[in-house]
Design a protein around this ligand. Sequence first.
Ligand SMILES: *Cc1c(COP(=O)(O)O)cnc(C)c1O
Length: 363
Amino acid sequence: MKYISRNTKAVIDLTALVHNYQYISSLAPQSKTIAVIKANGYEHCAIEVAKTLEAYVPAFAVAFVDEALTLRNAGIQSPILVLEGPFQHSDFTIAIEQDLSLMLHTHEQISWLKDNEDKYLGDVWLKVDTGMNRLGFRVEEISSVIASLNNKHHSKLVLCSHFSCAEDKENPKTTKQISQVKALVKQYDCQFSMANSAGILNWPESHGHFNRLGLSLYGVSPIEPCVIVEPLKPVMTLEAEIIAIRKVLEGETVGYGDTWQAKRLSTIAVIAIGYADGYPRNAKAGTPVFVNGEIAPLVGRVSMDMITIDVTGITKINVGDIVELWGKNVSVDTIAKHSDSINYELLTRLSARLPKTFIENNV
Ligand SMILES: *Cc1c(COP(=O)(O)O)cnc(C)c1O
């Protein structure tokens, strides 16, 4: 029996998702925009996201083979790119069986490709490191790696790199990364892919044959410092219910550690969401919560299952009212600012205990 007592959930608006995909891909009309749905679609439910976007996208991208298998097992047939590539030799067998494309970034992975030379039919995504210094061949190694590919794989080559500072429009590092990739592309006459969300929005010259759209697909801005990209619509609304309302006298404290003290007679609402759901524990007093059209500040520490907010002066408020923790009225960026985190982390750290519901795509 599926029984839901607690009215705490992430509401996923699939119409907004399609809108964001269409808007962002229209900014790069010469590129194919791949939808990045790693980490369970930035915790928007990768399967639902993939089912919704399958009719629109040329391909999906995930971080590792297991995530691709989850999609295939759910019946997703679109091309899938595995961004971190194969971790072990057997990942190649699975990639062949399941028709996955692999990003390759080590000599060992290239040797696995050679072991499967005739059987691997995916594109050969070759990662070049242009300054992130995380994954990828160094620029000076690339020629020998490309030279070692057979003709069939050569024709399926997609040269790929990842930006380290693209969220900052002023940072010259990105220009340097773009010119390094473009020089290689000219030399080897191959397809390429560089742009993530920030690349697509901030750096049109980085648009490649493929762009890799993650964060902004979900309606969230990758641009620092927290620039709202107007046409984007937040896909997720995190909601919870007020389960108690109480008076707190001047001088009394609220929550663990007595970190917050009432400066006046206050009305405190207790909300059924906590850090065990993924609401950040280090959200500070003053973090906004959207209640019945108004903003109320978080007070006291975030507990495992509850938070407390100061609703003094908000007249229409009742146990059972639903509040928004983030979504269309309070952005996840704002909550990230108040909790020393970033939008990516807050979205992907939502816990398995938090149910999701979906608003159907009607585009
Ligand atoms: C996660 C990821 C992306 C998507 O980045 P966003 O900033 O979320 O758009 C693109 N490319 C690679 C290699 C990634 O790992």
